[in-house]
Design a protein around this ligand. Sequence first.
Ligand code: FES
Length: 110
Amino acid sequence: MTRKLCTLADLAATGAKEVILDDNGARISIFIIKHGDGVLGYVNSCPHARLPLNWQDDQFFDVTGLYLLCANHAAYFDTATGQCVRGPCKGESLTTFPVDLDGVHVIALS
Ligand code: FES
């Protein structure tokens, strides 16, 4: 069964959308970002202290829009790979969450 997470339009305001999943009773936060003509998904947990990256709804990008930002201690992540390029967890990576586009919907691949 295909699991629809959000619509592509949901990403329009900030370029990202947080989605809360129920994984057998466990609450998991993921976020989806626009990337080129497609989308990418990451688990919303910073490798530095395992805190959510965002302090505000759907705000995952830095002011330039070029990097993902952990608001806790200013770790910057490459959008395409999730690898930290600056900050306390430099060299570590966000955990990917496989997603794809199905028409206007973002769907989970796992
Ligand atoms: S929790 Fe993300 S940089 Fe510290």
